[in-house]
Structure formats: structure tokens, C-alpha cells
Design a protein around this ligand. Structure first.
Ligand SMILES: CC(C)(COP(=O)(O)OP(=O)(O)OC[C@H]1O[C@@H](n2cnc3c(N)ncnc32)[C@H](O)[C@@H]1OP(=O)(O)O)[C@@H](O)C(=O)NCCC(=O)NCCS
Length: 133
């Protein structure tokens, strides 16, 4: 990783909620509310995109730790803004605060850890697992 990967760098990602993102589209009988996995995806996108310019050649970041609360429901048609900010870097582990807001209020808040990995080594591990399957 580059020396530019430091505490305080921050990025946002935006997503307009469409019907396929609703819990009712994923789970029969669920309410028509922005589903948690999609909301996490918006926050993780902000975190992953934030790190890209700070990686060395051959590195990638992968999701490792997530701890967050989904605080309020969001209807279809609203734009959700996810944000991520680096708060700590320890070896290859980067800790970020994450949050998401819809057009009215804060809808999620938490912490996310991303591991910076060597892509070739990571792919070799994946291949070993594929070979076992
Ligand atoms: C993040 C992660 C690599 C951390 O692993 P760890 O507990 O520190 O790993 P260990 O030191 O026990 O090593 C186990 C294996 O992980 C991989 N690994 C660990 N550190 C790595 C690194 N810096 N770069 C590449 N691969 C790494 C290696 O394949 C290693 O096996 P190997 O030494 O035989 O090659 C591991 O938890 C993981 O792969 N999690 C899944 C991440 C994911 O798939 N996220 C979804 C995509 S966003």
C-alpha cells in the first residue's frame, strides 16, 4: 500500500433505491424497504473505491470485518449515500467508519475492516479451494 493511505481519507458512493433492492424482492412477505445487504453494498463500495488509488500494483482490498446497525427504513425511489473514512491502519488491515444516509436521515452506522492482500497469493488460495470442490 502507498504512504498516502492514512487516517482521515474519505469517500462517498451513491445509489438510487429501485424495486429489486427491496426486502420484498428478496424475501417473500418482507416489507418494501431497502434491504440490508444492498445498503451494506453501498457503504462497502465507498470503502473499496476509497482504497483503490492507495494500493500498490498487484494489491487488492477485500472485506474482512463488518459491524454496523441498520437504523431506519428507506423506501424505493430515494437516493442513499454511503460513506467511508479511514480511522486506523495496522499492517495490512485498514479500519474505516462507515455510514449511510437516505434523503431524510442517517440509516446506518458502523465499522468496517478491509484487508489489503496480494492478488496473486489470494488467487492461489482460491484456486486451491476450487481444486478441492
Ligand atoms: C482477509 C484474509 C486474507 C485474512 O487472512 P488471515 O487470517 O490474515 O490469513 P492467514 O495469515 O491465516 O493466511 C491464510 C491464507 O490467507 C491468504 N492471505 C493471508 N494474507 C494475505 C495477503 N496479505 N495477501 C494475499 N493472501 C493472503 C493466503 O492465501 C493465506 O494462505 P497461504 O499463506 O497458504 O497463501 C482472509 O480472512 C480472507 O481471505 N477472508 C475472505 C475475504 C473475502 O473473500 N472477502 C470478500 C471479497 S470483498
Amino acid at each position: 500500500m502507498k504512504a498516502s493511505l492514512v487516517k482521515g481519507i474519505r469517500q462517498e458512493a451513491r445509489h438510487r433505491v429501485v424495486s429489486q433492492n427491496l426486502l420484498s424482492a428478496i424475501m417473500e412477505g418482507g416489507p418494501p424497504v431497502f434491504a440490508t445487504p444492498w445498503m451494506l453494498c453501498v457503504m462497502e463500495t465507498a470503502a473499496a473505491e476509497l482504497l483503490i488509488p492507495h494500493l500498490d500494483e498487484g494489491e487488492a482490498s477485500v472485506g474482512y470485518g463488518f459491524e454496523f446497525k441498520h437504523l431506519a427504513p428507506t423506501p424505493a425511489g430515494m437516493t442513499v449515500v454511503g460513506s467511508a473514512e479511514v480511522v486506523d491502519v495496522q499492517g495490512n488491515m485498514v479500519t474505516l467508519t462507515i455510514e449511510a444516509r437516505d434523503e431524510v436521515e442517517l440509516i446506518a452506522q458502523g465499522t468496517h475492516v478491509r484487508a489489503i492482500v496480494d492478488l496473486e497469493r489470494f488467487k492461489r488460495r482460491l484456486q486451491r479451494k476450487s481444486d478441492r470442490g
